[in-house]
Write a protein that binds this ligand. Structure first.
Ligand code: SAM
Ligand code: DTB
Ligand code: SF4
Length: 334
C-alpha cells in the first residue's frame, strides 16, 4: 500500500528494528514493486556552473563560499546535445541538466526548452534542476516535454535553517508542488552527512513520504566533500549501516519510488553499494562526473552490476515512477 500519512514516530520505530528485520521488510516491499535486478541510470551535466546567489552551506557552486569552482555561462544547446550523446553511449537512460541558479531567468527559457527537446530526440529521458520555478516556467517545460524536475529538500525541516539562509524549506516544497501540479514528474531527495542528527535524517524521509504524492525518484546523496564551505566543519562520515538503514526506510515508506544512490559513491565499497541495492536502491548516476565532483567510472559500474547479476533497465521498466508524481491526490490511492 502506498501511504502518505507516515508519522515521525512510525518511522523512528521502523528505523530502530534489528538490521535483519528492517532489511527483510525493505526487500520484500522492493520485490512487490520492482524487478530487484533492474537498475535505472541517469547522467548529470552542469549546464551552468558556479557563481550561484544561494548560500547552501554544502555546495561548491555558491558565490558565498571560496571553493575554487569557476563560474561559467549557460552552455550552448549544441554542446549540451553532444554531452547527452556521450551519456547515452555510456549507458545512461536519463539525462539530468543542472544549473547553479536560484531560479532560471525568463530570457533563458527558449534555450532551456530547446535543450529538453533536443535531448528527448536522442531517445533519453530528460531531467532539469535549475532552482525555483514559476507556474509559467513549469508550463513551458511541460510543453517542451520535460520528463522530470529535480528539486531536493536537502535535509529535515528542523535542520534546514542550519544549511541555508537565502531560501527556506517552504520555498523548496512550493516548487516541488508546482512541478507536480504541472504534470512533470518530481525527483526529490536529500543529503546525509552534513552534521545532522539521525532523527533529522529520518525526519527528512518522513517529509518526502508525506508529500501529497511520493516523488517518482528520490536521490539519496552522501555529502561529497567540498573544501571551503561551511558544512565542512560540521560534516561527519555516514556509517555504512546507517546509510543502508536509510535506503531501507525510504523503500518501506515510498514503495514505488525509484531510490537513487546518488553523490558519495566514490567513497563506498562495492559491498556497501550491493547492500543498498538489496534493500531498495534501484538507480545510480553514471559517468565520471556529477556536477563539480567525481563519480565512479562507467567501466567500474558496469563491472559491479555484472558481478551482481544485475542490469541497466530502460525507463519502461519503471512504470510506477512516472505514474507516482502524476497522482493528483495520493492520499486516496491504495
Ligand atoms: N541550483 C539548483 C538547486 O539547488 O536546486 C540545482 C542544482 S543543486 C547543485 C542540486 C542538488 O545537488 C542540491 O539540492 C543538493 O541536494 C545536491 N548537492 C549539491 N552539492 C552537493 C554535495 N557537495 N554533495 C552532495 N549533494 C550535493
Ligand atoms: C541530486 O540529488 N544529486 C545530484 C543531482 N540531484 C542534481 C547532484 C549531486 C551533486 C554533487 C556535488 C557536485 O558534483 O557538485
Ligand atoms: Fe546554488 Fe543549487 Fe548549489 Fe544551492 S545547491 S548553492 S542553489 S547550485
Amino acid at each position: 500500500m502506498i501511504r502518505t500519512d507516515w508519522t515521525l514516530n512510525e518511522a523512528l520505530t521502523l528505523h530502530a528494528l534489528p538490521f535483519p528485520e528492517l532489511t527483510y521488510r525493505a526487500q520484500t516491499i522492493h520485490r512487490e514493486h520492482f524487478n530487484p535486478t533492474a537498475i535505472e541510470t541517469a547522467s548529470l551535466l552542469s549546464i551552468k556552473t558556479g557563481g550561484c546567489p544561494e548560500d547552501c552551506g554544502y555546495c561548491s557552486q555558491s558565490a558565498h563560499h571560496k571553493t575554487g569552482v569557476k563560474a561559467t555561462k549557460l552552455m550552448d544547446v549544441e554542446e549540451v546535445l553532444e554531452a547527452a550523446g556521450r551519456a547515452k553511449a555510456v549507458g545512461a537512460n536519463r539525462f539530468c541538466m543542472g544549473a547553479a541558479w536560484r531560479s532560471p531567468k525568463d530570457r533563458d527559457m527558449d534555450k532551456l526548452c530547446e535543450m529538453v527537446r533536443g535531448v528527448s530526440k536522442l531517445g533519453l529521458e530528460t531531467c532539469m534542476t535549475l532552482g525555483m520555478l514559476t507556474p509559467e516556467q513549469v508550463i513551458r517545460f511541460k510543453e517542451a516535454g520535460l520528463n522530470f524536475y529535480n528539486h531536493n529538500i536537502d535535509t529535515s525541516p528542523g535542520y534546514y535553517p542550519q544549511i541555508a539562509a537565502t531560501r527556506t524549506m517552504e520555498d523548496r516544497l512550493e516548487t516541488v508542488e508546482l512541478v507536480r501540479q504541472g504534470g512533470i514528474n518530481v525527483c526529490c531527495g536529500g543529503i546525509l552527512g552534513m552534521g545532522e542528527a539521525e532523527r533529522d535524517r529520518i525526519s527528512m524521509l518522513v517529509t518526502l513520504a508525506t508529500l501529497p504524492a511520493h516523488p517518482g525518484s528520490a536521490p539519496i546523496n552522501l555529502w561529497n566533500k567540498v573544501e571551503g564551505v561551511p558544512v565542512q566543519s560540521r560534516a561527519e562520515p555516514v556509517d555504512p549501516f546507517a546509510l543502508v538503514r536509510m535506503v531501507a526506510l525510504a523503500r518501506i515508506m515510498m514503495p514505488a519510488t525509484v531510490v537513487r544512490l546518488s553523490a558519495g559513491r566514490m567513497g563506498m565499497s562495492d559491498e556497501l553499494q550491493a547492500l543498498c541495492f538489496l534493500v531498495g536502491a534501484n538507480s545510480i548516476f553514471v559517468g565520471d562526473q556529477l556536477l563539480t565532483t567525481e563519480n565512479p567510472s562507467p567501466g567500474s559500474d558496469a563491472e559491479l552490476l555484472n558481478r551482481l547479476g544485475m542490469h541497466v533497465a530502460p525507463a519502461t521498466a519503471f512504470p510506477a515512477e512516472a505514474a507516482l508524481s502524476r497522482r493528483i491526490d495520493a492520499r486516496t490511492t491504495a
